[in-house]
Design a protein around this ligand. Structure first.
Ligand SMILES: [Zn+2]
Length: 421
């Protein structure tokens, strides 16, 4: 079963948008290479754009004849491609950059994260959040799936820079009601959720911090509203040990934080199996990390239509190893890419996530580019308008100084790119 194409968020056009009703003179963007993502790259390609809507994509010579009225703009020896989609980040952790210890233990990393988080003042965190968003933008990211555990959202003054989809993250190993978890949120976050704002949805943090009842309620909340719900799942061996036995370093951490793991019944299975039993997996689910999974769980993901977001550099940073990306792709699971936060990554350059998958997992450049654009947009419910260069989609695109698909990722890693307007 393939994942359904979901229109989670209704489009918010930036001008008079309906195809065929544009008012401005079209611009014909020409480049050595056009990378539409959903079709093979076009040598000496072109994209016709008016009022931020793509009207046509194809070989330059052909489009020049068809669009005589268009104003030509030759970008030269570059590759044009859609803006990147960072499908999993935590902008509100940006102020903790470089301060959180990894040590190869999930529990140790969370312990360090919480300690550092308590020591940084709120204004510094806000500034770091804005700077992180700006750096993402400078590195070609146009859409971000942002997890907000603090309830702080990206400031309205910078929202226009990047299209943001915020997932308000809930925890609560002993909570049996969504209402209780929501009651702990700051007012504006709760209001955004109750007002049904299209850019805002919910995340359950992870199977080891969120009760079965709460995971089910969060998912039901999303299903009623046709919203995508996300969760960290199968990230570390410690998580799997805790799910199987209720023991290990995560149990110690939960006890330290005042929870009573004895009140929590371990499901005695892996994270994805557990989520399947909770009826969490379907076409509106986004599972993040998916490192510690077996073949059977990959089948569960495939059969459910759930989407996956991989964050390979965060996994390496924390010492968890890389996800089974080849198997996930072979199963035709829609895999996007995320950087996770600056507390578990050196920077927010999504091209570097692609480079890891190319260098260490043997994934080809076309595939990693698709993961970082089309798949990410699809997994956030935005594929109708974003994630590829196709007729009718929004013109949200970058140009990278590269002459073939193979060299786009390395050029992007070095930040040799510009935004197109
Ligand atoms: Zn995360």
């Amino acid at each position: 079963m393939t994942r359904k194409n979901i229109n989670l968020y209704s489009p918010r056009p930036r001008g008079p948008q309906s195809l065929g009703q544009t008012h401005s003179r079209p611009v014909l963007h020409r480049a050595r290479l056009v990378v539409p993502i959903t079709q093979p790259a076009i040598e000496d390609g072109a994209v016709v754009v008016a009022d931020d809507v793509i009207l046509d994509v194809g070989p330059f010579q052909q489009l020049r004849r068809q669009w005589l009225e268009a104003q030509a703009r030759d970008h030269g020896e570059v590759a044009l491609l859609p803006a990147l989609v960072n499908a999993h980040a935590h902008l509100d952790l940006s102020g903790l950059a470089g301060q959180v210890r990894a040590k190869g233990s999930m529990a140790e990393w969370i312990r360090s994260l919480l300690a550092v988080g308590e020591s940084v003042d709120a204004e510094e965190l806000m500034i770091a959040q804005a700077e992180a968003l700006a750096s993402m933008h400078a590195l070609g990211t146009g859409i971000v799936g942002d997890i907000s555990s603090s309830g702080r959202f990206v400031g309205e003054d910078i929202q226009g820079m990047i299209l943001t989809r915020t997932f308000v993250e809930l925890f609560g190993l002993h909570d049996d009601s969504l209402e209780e978890a929501l009651s702990r949120l700051p007012d504006h976050a709760r209001q955004a959720l109750t007002n049904g704002e299209e850019e805002v949805s919910l995340a359950a943090h992870a199977p080891y911090t969120t009760s079965a009842a709460l995971i089910k309620e969060v998912k039901a909340w999303g299903s009623e509203r046709a919203k995508i719900i996300t969760i960290h799942a199968a990230e570390s061996e410690e998580e799997i040990l805790f799910l199987h036995t209720g023991r290990g370093p995560l149990r110690d951490l939960l006890e330290e934080r005042g929870m009573d793991p004895d009140r929590w019944q371990p499901p005695e299975c892996g994270a994805i199996t557990y989520l399947d039993r909770l009826d969490f997996l379907d076409g509106l689910s986004l599972c993040v990390h998916v490192v510690k999974v077996d073949e059977e769980e990959i089948h569960l993901l495939k059969n459910s239509g759930a989407a996956v977001c991989l964050c390979p550099r965060s996994n390496l940073f924390l010492g968890h190893g890389l996800p089974p990306v080849n198997q996930l792709l072979e199963a035709e699971i829609s895999c996007g890419l995320g950087t996770d936060s600056l507390a578990s990554n050196d920077d927010l350059n999504l091209f570097k996530e692609m480079a890891v998958l190319m260098d260490q997992c043997g994934i080809g450049p076309d595939t990693v580019l698709k993961m970082a654009t089309h798949n990410g947009a699809r997994n956030l419910g935005l594929a109708e308008l974003y994630g590829s260069l196709e007729k009718g989609k929004r013109w949200l695109a970058i140009r990278v100084t590269a002459q073939d698909v193979e060299s786009i990722v390395s050029a992007g890693c070095q930040g040799v790119l510009e935004w197109l307007r």
